[in-house]
Ligand binder design. Structure first.
Ligand code: PRP
Length: 218
């Protein structure tokens, strides 16, 4: 129901390197992994609770803290640009269950009158989602929001129950996409490292970082 900016200095640093047109494919992919890890830590810091535990050190018994809920995390990888991003997230949530959805914009069809794209969904494989779960849907780019809205439809239909928390995590977002996801899925918390200026006529985020899928994979 809200949009939150991830403001960690390393997130901004890493995103700025990803934006740079000179960044090579290898560096781009590594940058997305790094950004995913930082975002994962920020989600834990901002949205998850800790509980007190008793710890025996080699010298004494003391009180420590453990993050609660790390066994109830589901990460959804929106193919293909999210793959390196998710690899980073998994460093923060090593025991997460994972789902995969292949969703892509039909670029040839072009943007329709209401500013969205037709979306083709080719493959969906999701783990069971329970009321206890924190679900993080990861896609480095949220442009018109067409992809994310289709993806969320599939996830929620498949799940049958509402998860405890539902996050959409992107690196760069356009205002249009944030507004669309928020109005269609008010229960979602939107997390992004940057809200960029606008979408161009082809539906690209400006200034953005280009086509994340192409830059990471081609
Ligand atoms: C890009 C991006 C998002 C989508 C965002 O994927 O990774 O999934 O576009 O656009 P939207 O908000 O307007 O729907 P693309 O369709 O290029 O597929 P790819 O990840 O396989 O490159």
């Amino acid at each position: 129901d809200d949009a939150y900016l991830i403001t960690h200095a390393l997130a901004k640093d890493t995103l700025s390197r990803l934006r740079d047109v000179e960044t090579t494919q290898v560096a781009f992919r590594k940058g997305l992994v790094k950004l995913g890890r930082i975002c994962g830590y920020e989600i834990i810091d901002g949205a998850m609770e800790t509980e007190y535990v008793t710890i025996q050190t080699p010298l004494a018994e003391t009180t420590g803290e453990h993050v609660k809920g790390l066994d109830n995390v589901v990460i959804i990888n929106v193919l293909r640009a999210a793959t390196p991003f998710v690899e980073g997230l998994l460093k923060a949530f090593p025991r997460a269950k994972q789902g995969v959805i292949s969703a892509g914009r039909d670029e040839e069809a072009g943007m329709d009158d209401d500013g969205g794209f037709p979306i083709t969904i080719d493959y969906v494989k999701l783990p069971e989602i329970t009321e206890k779960d924190t679900v993080i849907v990861a896609d480095p780019m949220l442009a018109t929001g067409s992809t994310m809205c289709s993806v969320l439809d599939h996830i929620l239909e498949n799940a049958g129950v509402d998860p405890e928390k539902l996050f959409v995590l992107s690196a760069v977002s356009a205002p249009d996409g944030l507004l669309r996801v928020d109005s269609e899925f008010p229960e979602v918390d939107l997390l992004t490292v940057s809200i960029d200026d606008y979408l161009d006529d082809d539906g690209y985020i400006v200034p953005g970082l280009g086509d994340a899928g192409d830059r990471a994979f081609r």
